[in-house]
Design a protein around this ligand. Structure first.
Ligand code: MLT
Length: 428
């Protein structure tokens, strides 16, 4: 007999079906709860609410497991490339040689953006945060491709938008940096692979020859793979929710970029580095900052520690920590911030205060150190996260569309005033 959940309300028993995922995680399907009982469920922050069924990413927070389409993150980070992982997430399978080559070629062909996009840059203040520019310009693609707002796009039309977005985001992302610096904007080079082209657009000058360092390319590939998807996190849920209204792919991803920018989400990597810099400026006494973090009367919080769904460790942090050591050694960089980071990590792993609260370093803790080592400025860290997360957002948007999910429309428990009569301004 199929499993069901009995709920007793006002002395009456109701039965609701239990649904089970491929990894045997179970959920009570309460879609008919209100119709049958008049009750809704409430779960602030969606700590216990499954918003969808998804076949993209599996995450076990207790065991520290993360898999994209069934493949362990450790294997993908070690053996794959960012474009291959993007294909895997978006199309559900590892590509053949021909499929990967075609995917890469298509993306390469679309790296240019409309010349009018360049002009939009002139309207932003030069000190604008790159995430503000990125989200605006990604949304502006809807204006350049107005047909993308149609709710009835064919598979080919959706694929074209996917390719355009994968291609153009790296040009736009690099240009946000160049614009910020007052440097000339570099056009993409179609003889380069995805990561090399991004580095070229970020760091080259028309006046000088730019050598692409393969170690930097490999570090970037790894970082982007580690960030490529993370099931129903805040920005991905935003992309799905906005997309569920039949909003365009560009508009939905732009909304996701804004969610990611928040310091409690992707903006944390920038905050981690700024925290490490503040500790260094203060003399580098990590114990003092650990004590501050433990002091209830001190508002200081250690950034990059703990995670909403990982209860023991973040598998990405393990990989990234090793990668940070490797990249710094390979590039011959000695970064005092890495030492501070290591001391903080040590404190967190041994101090009962942190252990009891399960505050161990997460993916944001070490990513900034690698980005810094490869020359990415701090305010671009969250842009790098967005670049990595893009295939995940696309895959989730596409899955939501293909599954014809209904528009997202949560309910609420109203706590405001009861009905009252309008008073004219003289009566108040
Ligand atoms: C992410 O990768 O999106 C972050 O770790 C946040 C999350 O999953 O909630």
């Amino acid at each position: 007999m199929a499993e069901s959940a009995e709920i007793i309300l006002d002395g009456k028993s109701y039965s609701f079906p239990v649904t089970e995922g491929s990894e045997h995680e179970k959920a009570i399907d309460i879609a008919k709860l209100r119709d049958q009982t008049g009750y809704i469920t409430i779960d602030s922050g969606y700590k216990n609410t499954g918003a969808t069924k998804s076949a993209i990413t599996f995450l076990d927070g207790e065991e520290g497991i993360l898999r994209y389409r069934g493949y362990p993150i450790e294997q993908l980070a070690e053996k794959s490339s960012f474009l291959e992982v993007s294909y895997l997430l978006i199309y559900g399978k590892l590509p053949t040689t021909a499929e990967l080559a075609n995917f890469g070629d298509q993306i390469t062909k679309h790296t240019l953006v409309h010349e009018d996009v360049r002009k939009i840059f002139d309207g932003f203040p030069s000190a604008a945060h790159p995430m503000a520019i990125l989200s605006s310009l990604i949304c502006s693609l809807t204006a350049f491709y107005p047909e993308s707002v149609s709710p009835d796009l064919s598979k080919e039309e959706i694929d074209l938008n996917v390719i355009r977005l994968m291609a153009k985001i790296s040009t736009i992302a690099a240009w946000t940096y160049k614009n910020n610096m007052g440097h000339p904007l570099n056009y993409p080079r179609n003889d380069l692979d995805y990561c090399s082209n991004f580095l070229y657009m970020m760091f080259s000058f028309p006046t000088e020859k730019y050598e692409i360092n393969p170690k930097v390319v490999s570090a970037l590939n790894k970082l982007l793979i580690l960030h490529a998807d993370h099931e129903q996190n805040c920005s991905t849920s935003t992309v799905r929710l906005v997309g569920s209204a039949n909003a365009s792919l560009y508009g939905s991803v732009s909304a996701g970029i804004n969610a990611l920018w928040g310091p409690l989400h992707g903006g944390a990597n920038q905050e981690v580095l700024e925290m490490l810099q503040a500790i260094q400026k203060d003399g580098g006494n990590t114990q003092k900052w650990v004590d501050k973090a433990k002091d209830k009367n001190d508002s200081f919080r250690l950034m990059g520690f703990g995670h909403r769904v990982y209860k023991n460790f973040d598998p990405r942090a393990k990989i990234i920590k090793k990668a940070a050591d490797e990249v710094l050694t390979a590039l011959g960089i000695e970064d005092p911030l890495l030492k501070i980071a290591q001391e903080l990590e040590q404190a967190a792993l041994t101090d009962p205060y942190f252990v009891e609260r399960k505050l161990y370093p997460n993916v944001d803790f070490y990513s900034g150190i690698i980005y810094r080592a490869i020359g990415i400025p701090t305010e671009m860290f969250t842009v790098m996260f967005a670049l990595g997360r893009l295939p995940g957002w696309i895959a989730q948007w596409k899955e939501m569309r293909e599954n014809k999910e209904p528009i997202g429309r949560p309910r609420q428990v109203y706590t405001g005033e009861l009905e009252r009569d309008y008073l004219s301004i003289e009566q108040r």
